[in-house]
Each structure stands twice: as structure tokens, then as C-alpha cells.
Design a protein around this ligand. Structure first.
Ligand code: URA
Length: 239
């Protein structure tokens, strides 16, 4: 991060307008290297300075990379219409930064949802060229059969899709659950693929993105965490 004055830094970190951040500083709520700072004209190097806001340490991030364990009945849209939006589950410092979901999950799908304010990262994660795999656990209405697995692996034809879509891998978890790995993200893809086999998807959880698995994060539904460098590496392809 480049050198920056404290008022601009706080604004970039999502603490409000420039004016609101200047008030926070004037009110003595901000410490830099342990000292209350009431002026903000000097340019600082954010990575080098321990900053505290209201006596809590604050890590300055150029971009945020967040993983939410999405609950059911939340919409990924920025303008949700029937349910609350996923952004309402995040604190204001994150949403004030123009953070947005990377791709979408249906309102009734639960599990891993990435959010970021880094446009390059969002583009790379969402681009079909980068083949970031997504793993889903689907609960089916009718029992899972060897034929269903075979159809999902060999490819099913969906309306509006020129070529059949297939899972990279598909395995039965129990009588009514399958795990599928996809490297595309078409609209309602898992539900439509299951419908095309003659079955129906009753519940859907995204359990992994790339090699990062939900179970590694120990996140309750509705909770979120920042992703560190090592976790970001796991989001990409394995090579
Ligand atoms: N496929 C679906 O059908 N829904 C999702 O939310 C994600 C993948």
C-alpha cells in the first residue's frame, strides 16, 4: 500500500466518509504506534504502523478477501428483492468498500461464498478460462442411482446450452446425496443438471472452491472470515 494520510487511510478501510474519519481522529479514537493521533496531515505507510481504533488493533488491508458460510434465505444480489442480501451479514467496514460476491448462489443454496473488492481477483475467480472448480453436495428428492451418477458424468443437455454439461467428478455420499465437482458456473447449473436426469435437487451446499474446503474453515452458517495468503492460493487451480 502506498503512503497515505490517516484520514484517507481510514476512509479506504471503510470507516465512513472523509469527514467522518476526520471526526474519529479528532475525537481521539485512533492510535498510531500506541499514541493517540489527532492530526492527519502526515503521510503514513499503513503496513508498517500498528493502528488501533477504539482500543482494538486494526489490520490495514489494501483489498478484502472474505469467505462467508452463506445461510439459506439470503440473496447474493446487490439489490435483493425477496430476502435480505448477503452483504447484510458483513460489518460496515467491509460493505463500505464496494465489496461484492464473486459469482452467485441461489437464495436457498448454503455454503461457501467469496466476496472481495479486488476487481482483478473477482474477474479471475469468475472467468471460465481459469477453471476454478466448485464442489457441491446436493440432496436429491429421489434416491441416487448408478444411472444418475453416469448421466452427470457423461453430460446432460440443458435448454439454452449448446453442448451437454458434465460434472468433473460425481460420487454418491448416501442414499439421497451426491457430491459434484464443476468447473463452470451456469445459471442454476446443479439444480438444472439434476432435473435433466429426472431427479430433483431438494438442498444444495457449496462445500469447496478450488482446494479450499468449508470444513477447513470451521465457520458456522452466517459467519464469515478474512482469507489469508495460503487460503487464497488454495482457491486457484492446483498447477
Ligand atoms: N447450482 C445451482 O443450481 N445453484 C447454485 O446456487 C449454485 C450452483
Amino acid at each position: 500500500m502506498k503512503k497515505i494520510t490517516l484520514n484517507k487511510l481510514l476512509q479506504k478501510q471503510g470507516f465512513g466518509t472523509r469527514r467522518e474519519c476526520e471526526e474519529m481522529i479528532a475525537d481521539g479514537r485512533v492510535r498510531v504506534s500506541g499514541e493517540v493521533v489527532t492530526t492527519f496531515v502526515e503521510a503514513l505507510e499503513p503496513e508498517l504502523l500498528p493502528i488501533e481504533i477504539d482500543d482494538e488493533p486494526w489490520i490495514c488491508r489494501e483489498y478484502v478477501y472474505v469467505l462467508l458460510n452463506k445461510p439459506a434465505n439470503y440473496e447474493c444480489s446487490r439489490k435483493p428483492s425477496h430476502h435480505p442480501g448477503v452483504l447484510s451479514l458483513l460489518p460496515p467496514q467491509i460493505t463500505a468498500r464496494n465489496t461484492q460476491p464473486v459469482g452467485r448462489l441461489d437464495h436457498d443454496t448454503t455454503g461457501m461464498l467469496l466476496l472481495s473488492d479486488d476487481g482483478t481477483f473477482i474477474h479471475r475467480q469468475a472467468s471460465p478460462k481459469h477453471h476454478v472448480t466448485k464442489t457441491y453436495e446436493a440432496t436429491t428428492h429421489d434416491p441416487v442411482t448408478p444411472e444418475l451418477i453416469a448421466m452427470l458424468l457423461s453430460g446432460v443437455k440443458l435448454a439454452d446450452e449448446p453442448a451437454p454439461l458434465k460434472a468433473l467428478t460425481c460420487r454418491q455420499l448416501d442414499s439421497h446425496r451426491v457430491e459434484l465437482v464443476l468447473d463452470q458456473g451456469k445459471y442454476h447449473q446443479v439444480k438444472r443438471m439434476l432435473a435433466a436426469t429426472g431427479n430433483h435437487c431438494d438442498a444444495l451446499v457449496r462445500t469447496a472452491i478450488g482446494r479450499l474446503r468449508l470444513e477447513q474453515l470451521e465457520l458456522q452458517q452466517g459467519k464469515w472470515c478474512y482469507l489469508d495468503e495460503a487460503q487464497l492460493v488454495l482457491l486457484g487451480p492446483s498447477t
